[in-house]
Design a binder for this molecule. Structure first.
Ligand code: NAD
Length: 314
């Protein structure tokens, strides 16, 4: 089977390509990526054909998705702060990009499309854990663009009978997540700062919580979804319902590194949600074998990957 991964040169995408490369039924892997935040280095030595360009380009998508058994649409501009700085760019890449991918999938009759939404869509809704039936209350342009992503997928299932699987990811982390840009996520930022001896910058008091998900859990579930051609008429949280504060995350990192870390606190950031924790009942129903990697294991793998690649930073 041929699998297309948009955003395949990015963090989750390249980990997914790596996982798919191990699956005997997968004969061909195609990545579509404009390399805006991803990197060819993430795909070095992997059996994948990269179509370099945007998911906003229908001709490129026609070439890439022809004959695919599944399209996993991960290509997007991540980050809440990035979307606050430039909401139109985030909207184009994430909302219009998804629509363009769904149209290509429809034109080519691809039997399955998986899309990546985000826990940020729950936003200001105070109810925990986040069960999928809660009313989305996005508080950033990024969250709105991800709500559009999942809603378009559901609408395409309804209107065109397409098999879709819209996931909501929750703070995914692991090897190959970029640390070296202004909009880096919290785990790579902390690990990179810790390895280079800089203080860890916390926005707010650090008691805000997240359902940190190791990337291996995400790729395991997506591979399973592709192989069993799982679809769902509505969104599915892809996280395991474990709520960890930033201060707890830092303690765990201190244990992994075997030393205390300096922390500086700044003001809370606009658009950030206070707490996040998935209800994973729907995930468990659809993917009974889904496994959560312990935070410690995920952090150890992340630290090992980052310190091997940034030796000067230690
Ligand atoms: P990433 O930035 O590492 O990967 C995204 C990839 O998409 C990059 O390689 C980038 O170059 C590519 N891209 C961006 N715009 C594109 C365009 N117009 N055309 C083609 N490629 C484009 O981010 P990631 O963390 O791997 O995220 C993957 C997906 O998961 C995204 O859709 C993101 O919104 C979603 N998500 C991630 C998290 C997380 O915690 N990492 C949480 C929720 C949702």
């Amino acid at each position: 089977m041929k699998i297309v991964v948009t955003g395949g040169a990015g963090f989750i995408g390249s980990n997914l390509v790596r996982a798919l490369a191990e699956v005997p039924q997968v004969r061909e892997i195609v990545a579509v990526d404009d390399l805006s935040t991803g990197s060819c280095d993430n795909l070095l030595d992997l059996p994948v054909r990269l179509f370099e360009g945007s998911v906003l380009d229908p001709d490129l998508l026609d070439e890439a998705v022809a004959g695919a058994a599944s399209v996993v649409h991960l290509g997007a501009l991540g980050s809440v702060p990035r979307s606050i700085d430039n909401p139109i760019c985030s909207h184009h890449a994430n909302a219009t990009g998804t629509l363009t991918v769904l149209e290509a999938v429809r034109r080519h009759g691809v039997p399955q499309v998986i899309v990546a939404s985000s826990s940020s869509v729950y936003g200001a809704n105070p109810v925990l854990p986040r069960v999928e039936s809660l009313r989305p209350m996005p508080v950033s342009p990024y969250a709105v663009s991800k709500l559009a992503t999942e809603a378009y997928a559901v609408a395409y299932a309804t209107c065109y009978g397409m098999s879709v699987l819209p996931f909501r990811f929750f703070n995914v982390f692991g090897p190959r997540q970029a640390a070296n840009h202004a909009y880096a996520a919290v785990v790579p930022r902390f690990v990179s700062a810790a390895l280079s001896g800089r203080p860890l910058q916390v926005h707010g008091d650090g008691t805000q919580t997240r359902d940190f998900t190791y990337v291996g859990s995400v790729t395991d579930v997506i591979v399973d979804a592709v192989l069993r051609r799982v679809s769902a008429p509505d969104v599915v949280n892809l996280a395991f319902g474990v709520r960890i504060s930033l201060l707890e995350l830092i303690s765990e990192l201190e244990e992994v590194l075997g030393r205390p870390l300096e922390v500086v606190h700044g003001p809370p950031r606009a658009g950030d949600v206070r707490d996040s924790q998935a209800d994973s009942s729907r995930l468990r129903q659809l993917f009974p074998s889904a496994q959560r990697y312990p935070l410690r294991v995920g952090l150890e793998n992340t630290v090992a990957w980052m310190s091997a690649r940034v030796p000067a930073a230690r």
